[in-house]
Design a protein around this ligand. Structure first.
Ligand SMILES: NC(=O)c1ccc[n+]([C@@H]2O[C@H](COP(=O)([O-])OP(=O)(O)OC[C@H]3O[C@@H](n4cnc5c(N)ncnc54)[C@H](OP(=O)(O)O)[C@@H]3O)[C@@H](O)[C@H]2O)c1
Length: 240
């Protein structure tokens, strides 16, 4: 069990984490649970959500499991309504769900693969903002963190689908943050750097497992961005 060395800093708060069935989202959920928040775990894979639920319990927390395909926008709207009814607010959104798409030349990307990666990495996050923004505003210190990647800058050939979707996500997050200026909600971007996850293994199949850090390490680095005391707005934090 991971015990915080200080009083639980997120006790009584509600955190929505997407991509919570594995990888960074699962690690973030466990780290948040250790600080006392109730978790709302979103992903498609029920078995993965149940494993994260176990990790949340080991950390001394509790969770609500929401099996959901983020490409189903109506269900994102329904999630907001259900959370309003059950909790009356949302204190944290960690938008960690991500899809790699296909690594291939721009002109070779299949239309359905392009649509898929844009839907998960960009459009779903806009729909989440649309659905959860009113609930974040009902918190005394709503905190939204959008998980991006160095590839958002258009760094490497063959990464267009993923890179364009993450670049769009960063622009979306910055504009959302600008619109929050007169509220108590803060929205920021977190780049966790390379992590040992399924997404990374799909992109770099030959890489040794211990060549990059565990997602738990990056999750710990993101945690301060969720605290009420964190006052940055529209910033991009990269875990070097
Ligand atoms: N790994 C890295 O090196 C790295 C580096 C920089 C940034 N990132 C970013 O970190 C975040 C987490 O990635 P990861 O490495 O932890 O990847 P991962 O292990 O592949 O996990 C991806 C998560 O996204 C969820 N997801 C994907 N498509 C979904 C859909 N249609 N509906 C609902 N959930 C969906 C998956 O859940 P289900 O499949 O169960 O739905 C899973 O929980 C991503 O945003 C990624 O871009 C990763």
């Amino acid at each position: 069990m991971s015990e915080p060395v200080h009083p639980r800093r997120l006790a009584g708060r509600v955190a929505v984490v997407t991509g919570a069935s594995r990888g960074f989202g699962a690690a973030a959920a466990a780290a948040i649970a250790a600080e006392g928040a109730h978790l709302v775990l979103v992903a498609r894979t029920v078995g993965g959500l149940e494993e994260t639920d176990d990790a949340v319990r080991r950390a001394g927390g509790s969770a609500t499991l929401v099996p959901l395909d983020l490409k189903e926008s109506d269900r994102i709207d329904q999630l907001g309504a259900a959370l309003h009814e059950r909790f009356g607010k949302v204190d944290m959104l960690v938008a960690a769900a991500g899809a790699l798409g296909t690594l291939t030349p721009v002109g070779h990307i299949r239309p359905e693969h392009w649509a898929d990666v844009l839907a998960v990495n960009l459009t779903a996050n806009w729909r989440l903002i649309r659905s959860l923004d009113p609930l974040l505003r009902l918190s005394d210190a709503g905190r939204a963190v959008f998980v991006s990647c160095a590839e958002a800058g258009g760094r490497d050939a063959y990464w267009a689908g993923y890179a364009v979707s993450k670049g769009g996500l960063e622009t979306l997050a910055r504009l959302y943050a600008a619109e929050l200026a007169t509220t108590s909600v803060k929205a920021n971007i977190f780049d966790p750097g390379p992590m040992r996850t399924g997404l990374r293994a799909a992109a770099f199949p030959g890489e040794k497992a211990d060549a990059v850090r565990a997602p738990e390490e990056a999750a710990r680095a993101m945690l301060p961005m969720l605290l009420p005391a964190y006052t940055a707005q529209g910033e991009r934090v990269a875990f070097a």
